[in-house]
Design a protein around this ligand. Structure first.
Ligand code: GLN
Length: 452
């Protein structure tokens, strides 16, 4: 069969799978728009199908962030990542479900309804990029894009048993990503194949004149990302932090540690710096940034406009009807921590704590090449489990938020299934702009098939 016929067949089969999927991961497809883009060119992503989280702009397509407020909004331009992927042969086949404005850890806060875990439809897929993670796990695409502000790629990747990369802050342009918390937001990549992640990463990374926070740091050649190299010194969790974690996850953790010891990798027991303060610091800062970012959704410039007698009422009505409870909770808390009188006690204090956390991690990364730690303390939780307890939902991010606070890269690697037939993952986290350390380590582990 010719390559283009094989590709056409793949598209038909993925379209059928999407039609039969029960996870509610996909909110719209655009197969009709990609068939004309099939070429015989051999670019690095030729023929790879990509599903995109619905907070990343694709020209002419709806961009709703799973919010009532943006239900009728279409994007007039494409995100830089979309342009870069398409010009390297990738086919953008549709858009995925998520938590409204990427605020959540379970993909249940969505106008389209909850995303379900492909391995157990009564469990969550994780969030907020749950649609992207479930879609990859079900083979509805080769690669999915997500966003990670506090764990939204790695946590669902762990719950769905796939690779998920949060790059260094500034490594990949955020132009065209709807802002949640601008100093934390990253666009990242999910796939079953590590090589798909490295290919998409090498194409998407690098300076973008349209994003002033994107970095000039050199992007290496793809071969450098695809080598198998074990790090020399790896930071691992001390026993008291492991006490919070499911015992079967710890058993798997030790399988990897034994393998590393056999291969003469030096294991250094570490304490995650200011571990108990990270979640609180993260939520004070991200809610403050979100309250400011979401002020643009006023019913005038974007999306739904409520009918009203004056301008003030128009703002109030459009926002009250447009946002759901979790988003309102964050806007109100964020406005509170920024208000005069509370600014010093909360926002300014949290900025200082962020600085301290960053300094400690810098010291840590001078002693080890990377960290190897769990992504989540358990497998996927039941649907509705955390809905009436926001604090419990926020604590789902305990192992992922530190790397957003400090801006460094982290990769979830799948670590097989537990007895409950649900997948679990571990994180490899490294120093800023050292994604190659993560990829090379992950390739070495992948080759060993440690979790079969
Ligand atoms: N669960 C975290 C939150 O709700 C992370 C969100 C994200 O990474 N987009 O803020």
């Amino acid at each position: 069969m010719s390559p283009s016929n094989a590709l056409k067949q793949k598209l038909v089969s993925q379209q059928e799978k999407i039609a039969n999927s029960k996870t509610n991961a996909i909110i719209r497809t655009r197969f009709d728009k990609v068939s004309s883009k099939i070429t015989n060119n051999s670019n690095v992503l030729s023929g790879k199908t990509i599903l995109v989280k619905d907070n990343i702009a694709i020209k002419g397509e709806p961009l709703t962030c799973a919010s009532n407020l943006l239900q009728s909004y279409k994007s007039p331009y494409s995100a830089t990542v979309i342009d870069r992927l398409e010009s390297n042969g990738a086919l953008i086949t549709g858009q995925t479900n998520m938590d409204e404005f990427a605020m959540g850890s379970s993909s249940e806060y969505s106008i389209y309804g909850s995303v379900k875990n492909p391995y157990d439809l009564k469990k969550v897929a994780g969030g907020s990029s749950g649609g992207s993670a479930a879609a990859v796990a079900e083979d509805l695409c080769d690669i999915a894009l997500g966003s990670d502000t506090g764990g939204s790629i790695r946590q669902p990747a762990s719950f769905c048993g796939i690779y998920g990369l949060k790059p260094t802050y500034g490594r990949i342009s955020r132009y065209g990503l709807v802002a949640h918390a601008s100093s934390f937001d990253t666009i990242g990549i999910l796939s079953k194949q590590l090589k798909n992640i490295t290919s998409a990463f090498s194409v998407m990374s690098g300076k973008d004149p349209k994003d002033a926070t994107s970095s000039m740091e050199t992007v290496l050649s793809l071969e450098k990302y695809n080598k198998e190299v074990l790090p020399k010194r790896v930071g691992i969790l001390s026993d008291h932090l492991l006490s919070e974690i499911d015992s079967e996850i710890i058993d798997r953790y030790h399988v990897v540690l034994d393998f590393l010891t056999r291969n003469r990798v030096k294991l250094v027991e570490i304490d995650l710096p200011y571990f108990d303060y990270c979640v609180a610091t993260y939520y004070v800062l991200t809610m403050a940034e979100a309250s400011s970012n979401l002020s643009r959704f006023d019913g005038v410039r974007y999306g739904k406009r409520a009918t009203s007698k004056d301008l003030n009422e128009l703002y109030i009505e459009s926002r009250s009807r447009g946002f759901s409870d979790e988003v309102k909770r964050r806007i109100m808390t964020g406005t509170y921590v920024l208000s005069s009188g509370y600014y010093d006690a909360y926002y300014s204090k949290a900025l200082k704590v962020r600085r301290l956390i960053k300094d400690e991690y810098n010291k840590l990364f001078s002693k080890v090449d990377c960290l190897f730690i769990p992504t989540t303390s358990s497998t996927a939780f039941p649907l509705k489990n955390n809905l009436d307890n926001p604090i419990k939902m926020y604590l789902a991010d305990i192992f992922t938020v530190p790397f957003n606070l400090i801006g460094s890269p982290s990769l979830n690697i799948p670590a097989g299934m537990l007895k409950n037939k649900l997948p679990v993952g571990f994180q490899i986290a490294g120093n800023s702009f050292k994604e190659e350390t993560l990829f090379n380590f992950a390739h070495s582990l992948n080759k060993e098939e440690l979790f079969k």
